[in-house]
Design a protein around this ligand. Sequence first.
Ligand SMILES: Cc1cc2nc3c(=O)[nH]c(=O)nc-3n(C[C@H](O)[C@H](O)[C@H](O)COP(=O)(O)OP(=O)(O)OC[C@H]3O[C@@H](n4cnc5c(N)ncnc54)[C@H](O)[C@@H]3O)c2cc1C
Length: 382
Amino acid sequence: MPPAKYHLSYWERQSFFRKIDIAVIGSGIVGLSAALRARELEPSARVAVLERGPLPLGASTRNAGFACFGSVSELLDDMDRQGEDQVWPLVERRWLGLQRLRRRLGDGRLRYEGLGGFELFRPEEQELASRCADAIPGFNRQARAITGLQETYRLANGRIPEFGLRGISQLICNTGEGQLHTGEMARGLQEKALEAGISIFNGLPVEALEERPGGVEIQTAFGWSIPAGGAIIATNGFARHLLPELSVRPARNQVLITTPLPCCPLKGCFHYDRGYYYFRNIDNRILLGGGRHLDEAGETTDEFGTTQLIRNALLRLLKEVILPGQQIPIDSWWSGIMGVGQQKSPIIRKVSPHVAAAVRLGGMGVAIGTLVGEEGAEMLLR
Ligand SMILES: Cc1cc2nc3c(=O)[nH]c(=O)nc-3n(C[C@H](O)[C@H](O)[C@H](O)COP(=O)(O)OP(=O)(O)OC[C@H]3O[C@@H](n4cnc5c(N)ncnc54)[C@H](O)[C@@H]3O)c2cc1C
């Protein structure tokens, strides 16, 4: 049901929406990082975030919390598709984005744990496993300049029994990766924004932006509009509604979390089947998601929801590989919407004189979102 239309009162216009200098559309990691950077660049500017949901309603409060910057098979795949010269700069941006996020909020607030990221290979993936193992020395030379780690990637087959996984023949550890608590990250960013004097308006869907002399008029779904000096669109998987000209497709991802396990041998972030599935430990539970490749067309949607096909695939993986021989009840399911495109790199671009876009974060927004938001603000204000 579309929201009812009404007029703002004089008081509302004067007190809440008067003289907004910079409006950010979307309060995910990118939108909040953009707002914080805008405030840093222009300390006296009035910065407001306009968010359609009661909470951010996209990916930033619904993701898996992997603080990851590239597993070996993912990077090899990227090199095959886009060439090596595109790959390492993006790895560097992911790494730098993570360091920036950790500095901004602190590891305690993020509940960050540097447990490592693990890529799993099955016996039938022997060819890929060998190719990845062979790539490790060269990747470590490249990654050293970025992470400062002597050995970013390491074969870790000795740890397979410790994790209790079944049907795994090779494990590669990314020693620089970690995990964080997604909810605390989003709450921490919100708190920082409020502390910085940024207004956050929730439940306020934006329908269109119109350039005006000296600024932009932001049309809301309630029939009234808000004038602003400039705007940053950070709506990621929903970008096509405000920016149909940009190449951003929605990509739904389904996730489950188990009830607490009596003992959870898994510690870290795990990528399975070339990253099509991912799982981790959190609060003695297993969080597991992925499988969108099973129905690429059906999952190219910005509607939330889960499907039996993908639920069954996730349950099978949980039962057969992750927790073999255990019957652990599922606590809950949810989905989130990412923004993807032909190119893996995000779009940070001025789309009109007073509007910038910072969208298309793919599956790496935890890592790169801080930088993308900040660069979106810089693009608008510099
Ligand atoms: C299930 C899942 C697991 C993931 N796991 C990881 C992971 O482990 N590690 C990782 O790095 N990345 C992961 N990602 C990707 C990561 O979460 C995203 O890249 C990142 O959160 C994108 O942030 P964002 O701020 O650009 O977008 P979002 O968080 O989606 O924020 C966009 C905001 O815009 C708002 N909005 C949209 N349209 C409008 C409108 N018209 N008016 C007002 N507001 C609007 C939405 O409500 C939303 O809050 C995952 C994603 C999903 C879905």
